[in-house]
Design a binder for this molecule. Sequence first.
Ligand code: 3PY
Ligand code: MG
Length: 247
Amino acid sequence: MTGNRLRRVWDTRPALGAWCWIPAPAVVEQLVWGGFDFILFDCQHGEYGVADLEPLLRVTTNTDVTPVVRVPTNDYYAIGHALDAGAEVVVVPMVETKADAERAAAATRFFPTGTRSYAGTRSTRVLGTDPVQVNREVACLAMVETATGLANVAEIAGTEGIDGIFIGPADLAITLGLPPGPPPYAAEVERAIDQVVAACDAAGVVPGLAAGSDYAARGLRFLTVTGDRALLQRGKAELDKARAALH
Ligand code: 3PY
Ligand code: MG
């Protein structure tokens, strides 16, 4: 049992991962071969729910890729089920207040620090059977992706059991009255990123961003670099090149 490798990675260098939206083990296998530090399985915007996760997570067994799951909502059962299926890190969307952060943190860990319920599921093969050890190894990342969440970021980052903040730049831009767009973001969003990093540094937790590795130099330690859909879309460039060569 080696524990949650991602914790060791983000303690020493920025962790780089890929999104998984397509519920196919063959797609996950390709991402595993890519050598990412983590795969973020997206049950909020992916084409699958928490109940469909387990066969996808199984592809990461005995690899150096840590399975991270974004649950669809800040929900006790969704978080518990993702962990039962073998998630080592949960990402909880739309955390706006300290109370939201406390709810997410409690669902992630067993008594005495939380209210997670124990089951002899796949998770026991991943992080072990000892609740104390599992509590130490799992991680809960709260998403700050609204203007309200940003206003409360210091309190959210300082909540017991929150291990990091993952910034959602698209939703954040929208709630700041700006259009969502690719990096580099609008000045207000870029400032918000620095504000979250500062709050995380002050609280001693990990700052993360749903954007490319360009942001590693800004102090972010959990970054999604690409995803299955984006990688497939790149095929269009090959088609354009082939078409151009015909003329
Ligand atoms: C956002 O940008 O809002 C996200 O949730 C990341 O995809
Ligand atoms: Mg979002």
